[in-house]
Write a new protein. Sequence first.
Length: 372
Amino acid sequence: MISRREFCKLSGDIVIGVAASRLLVSSAFASESKYPYIRDARYYKLLDNGKIQCELCPRNCIVAPKRRGYCGVRENRNGKFKTLVYGRLTSINNDPIEKKPLFHFLPGTTAISVSTAGCNLKCKFCQNWSLSQSRPEDLAFQYLAPEELVKLTKNNSVPTIAYTYNEPTIFTEYILDTAAYGRDQGIRSVMISAGYINKEPLRDLCRVLDAIKIDFKAFSESFYKDIVSGRLNPVLDTLVGVKSQGIWLEMVNLIIPTLNDSTSELENMCKWITANLGTDVPLHFTRFHPAYLLKNLPPTPVSSLENAYKIARNAGINYVYVGNVPGHSGENTNCPNCGAGLIIRKGYYIVRNKIKNGKCPNCSKTIPGVWS
């Protein structure tokens, strides 16, 4: 694992831009094309009167000429559907993979993490609202072609690219090209998503991705409608679809006081998970902190996270985690067979990893995940 300082030193073409926490690549990599980030979009059909129906996500927006879809990044230009954010990167960071969080995917490594502007949901609690609720022209950016992002990743000896921060679904075209090229170059790709995507683009992404983490908002249709501006069932379909494609899957459920923390809802959610995804999909319960449009609620009590943890373990889920509480024992990976402590974490960092060849060294039980 390399530190941020080492990352900056190794890559002489990287400078700080947009905000102190974001790493941007210098214009030495910029394409000669004037607008290389405007590309033909995929997943749509032409309608009458010059309209276009987007088929990327469950909104299935009907977009009139000179208009954009709900996400703000897909535009009808005289009957041609365009994505405005192909490689138009608003953030480039070198993050611990545990920050995603992915706990069963190359623990202790880092991922070059990239985002664009825009989102196809409007979560009232979004931590990254300045990215997700902005239009492309609102934000400073750096264009990186797929080959350039893969080169940057390889040059810094980082094994993975993570598509994250805003909703990666809206820049699917860029992910498809970058992840496919990266795989040829020995670079893996992971997607950090809310899972609000239609089946065809999801299948295409699963062919080139190595892992997907789904931010599962709540096991509640009313929560999705009122707090997220979406629907629950398409996300359930995504979870089943990812699992069926054999892609490594982890889930995060942000526990928000009074909104999605009831015992009955959590029990029903865990029953659905075990019935439809099995007992080995890691489930992270993370602590809410007031943000964006939900500043009237307090941070999640740790006791609420511990209650959710117990519910999930009692439901038979083998790998349950407590997140956003650094130093909590719920951050650790234990063997579900013999109880041995396998991976000890503190925040985003690994203190000790005892897993050997994907197995518990104490009882030889196979621990599901991507370990090498």
